[in-house]
Design a protein around this ligand. Sequence first.
Ligand code: SAM
Length: 270
Amino acid sequence: MDLCDYKEIQTLLGATDGFRFSKAKGQNFLTARWVPERIAEEAGLDRSSGVVEIGPGVGCLTEQLALRAGKVLSFEVDERLKPVLARTLAPYDNIEVVFGDVMERDLAAEIAASLPGLRPALCANLPYNITTPVLTKIYESRCFETVTVMVQKEVAERLCAAPGQKDYGAFTLLTQWYAAPELLFTVGPECFMPRPKVTSAVVRMTMREKPPFDTDERTLFRIVRAAFNQRRKTLVNALDGVCGKEKARAAIVACGFPETIRGEALSLAD
Ligand code: SAM
């Protein structure tokens, strides 16, 4: 069975009582075979890997992961896909599909129970509507060695942006606190059904075992949020509500930056 074949997918879904794609669940399924193959390949898996997938759809990426990893644990919120996945993934004995909302699951506990002894990786074509909350959850779980995900190109650029670039923001810095991200390749709308309006991109993140700097995380992110909430303001003005302008000015100058600098010009290390 070719799980990326448009007609095959229609037939599989048609058998489930007139399936309609759910926009709210970010259902854009891949129809270009090279894409799940390349995503799975770039994830750098081997038989010692235990892969968590979010949103298998009809299972086109799931099977590519199963062909390479020790085991795949896949979370799908849409119960209508139960009979479809039971059929499409039947040839593989190293896939466990859990039906439920991934946002409500304890990832560390699920990994300990279902992927013991394996090196945890995450690989998914993420539902676009929950990209930021699900990535935050993935980061904060601190469970994974690598995270390879397809997201909207605009989001991918935000994750990987450098200081001064237009996409550089608070979420860039949160990402870099937890990971070293790398934009690998883009995927056009013609590779999905239904076709999304935007281009997608695949990002691979090498997760850090511990934060890159020894500093107080809560204070750091209070400063980051304040700096980017009002990104057109100078950092001195943006930090007024955090510590007062005078203290902010003194600290910025003591670090060797001009007092007119904006937050968006500074790196995480700065
Ligand atoms: N992996 C398939 C592919 O690449 O063709 C489908 C990807 S589609 C972009 C996103 C999938 O995530 C859908 O199957 C959708 O039902 C599922 N999904 C959406 N929200 C979810 C959630 N909160 N928890 C688990 N799965 C979710």
